[in-house]
Design a protein around this ligand. Structure first.
Ligand code: NAP
Length: 297
């Protein structure tokens, strides 16, 4: 059997960012609206700092307005909430994203609840999660939206396919399962208590791994010809000792790529698969929010 087709998320995301940039230009020209995204980072988690910088740069590159708020790790909750309230009320801001994880003294649930659902471009509020589950228009978590774009591009019609999603987080697993269900897949959600996970995975025409355990999914867990979407990211020190000494890392996915590639029909690499789609979809969600907030169809 031939090797899997590699799904090039980097190239797909670059095209999506171009589409978004064109939409932004049209919104400005036709309606005088510049979509604006505010990103809030509390503390100095190194990976979060990279994500936040990339988000700011790509927002500006798409012609959008970008604000980044960097708060000290010991910022009290009322101070963070006052900022979120201000952003909720700011007409120049259409999307608000608080970068998680946050320091332990802050509650992720309380932060999410503070964000206006109309500006919740991460799709984490109860309102947006409920709207997604009810089949209503929603702002939906960026990474699952990106995974769906890659799957539809690779496979076309997803109807009737058995999709197995490993992971059930509010950010990833649950919205992913909802989107697959909405695309008429038969969906199984697996998690840390699932019995005989390899046997469940072997039934999957579409396998989405969103766990965060490096190379957990082995080649013999995969049905021949399946589409494998690897969301997981685990950071290890760079293999180059000099780079490792500088704190440089390498990313490893949840899927043992070389083994899986020999069995699957399609597969996303790590890096260069799902990862680049996340920010591109964040930009798109911000444009969607800007349209809705301004009553533009
Ligand atoms: P999370 O909140 O930690 O959730 C992980 C999920 O994996 C949980 O539902 C957990 O099950 C399940 N799990 C843990 N160990 C397992 C095992 N041995 N077998 C089966 N399931 C197991 O993480 P997340 O936010 O969903 O993210 C998942 C991964 O995706 C992480 O590596 C993250 O870095 C990555 N990620 C990447 C992007 C991107 O842009 N590419 C975006 C978001 C997330 P329980 O619920 O039973 O604990």
């Amino acid at each position: 059997m031939s090797e899997a087709t590699i799904i090039d998320g980097k190239a797909f995301a670059a095209r999506l960012r171009e589409t978004v940039a064109a939409e932004v230009a049209a919104l400005k020209a036709d309606h005088g609206v510049t979509p604006g995204l505010a990103v809030v980072l509390v503390g100095e988690d190194p990976a979060s700092q990279v994500y936040v910088r990339n988000k700011g740069e790509q927002t500006t590159a798409a012609g959008m307005y970008s604000e980044t708020h960097r708060l000290a790790a010991d910022t009290p909750e009322p101070e963070l909430f006052a900022l979120i309230d201000r952003l909720n009320d700011d007409p120049a801001i259409h999307g608000i994203l608080v970068q998680f994880p946050v320091p332990d003294h802050l509650s992720q649930d309380r932060i999410v609840a503070r964000i206006s659902p109309d500006k919740d471009v991460d799709g984490l509020t109860v309102t947006n999660a409920g709207r997604l589950a009810s089949g209503l228009p929603a702002l939906t978590s960026c990474t699952p939206v990106g995974c769906m774009m890659l799957l539809k591009d690779a496979l076309g019609d997803l109807r009737g396919k058995h999709a197995v999603v490993i992971g059930r987080s509010n950010l990833m697993g649950k919205p992913m399962a909802q989107l697959l269900l909405a695309a008429d897949c038969t969906v199984t959600i697996a998690h840390s208590r699932t019995v005989d996970l390899p046997a469940i995975c072997r039934q999957a025409d579409i396998l989405v791994a969103a766990v965060g355990r490096a190379e957990m999914v082995r080649g013999d867990w995969i049905k021949p010809g399946a589409a494998v979407i690897d969301v997981g990211i685990t950071r290890f020190p760079s293999r180059d000792p000099e780079k490792a000494a500088q704190g440089k890392t390498r990313l490893v996915g949840d899927v043992a790529f070389d083994e899986a590639k020999a069995v699957a029909g399609w597969i996303t690499p790590v890096p260069g698969g799902v990862g680049p789609m996340t920010i591109a979809c964040l930009l798109q969600n911000t444009v969607t929010a800007a349209r809705r907030l301004n009553g533009i169809a």
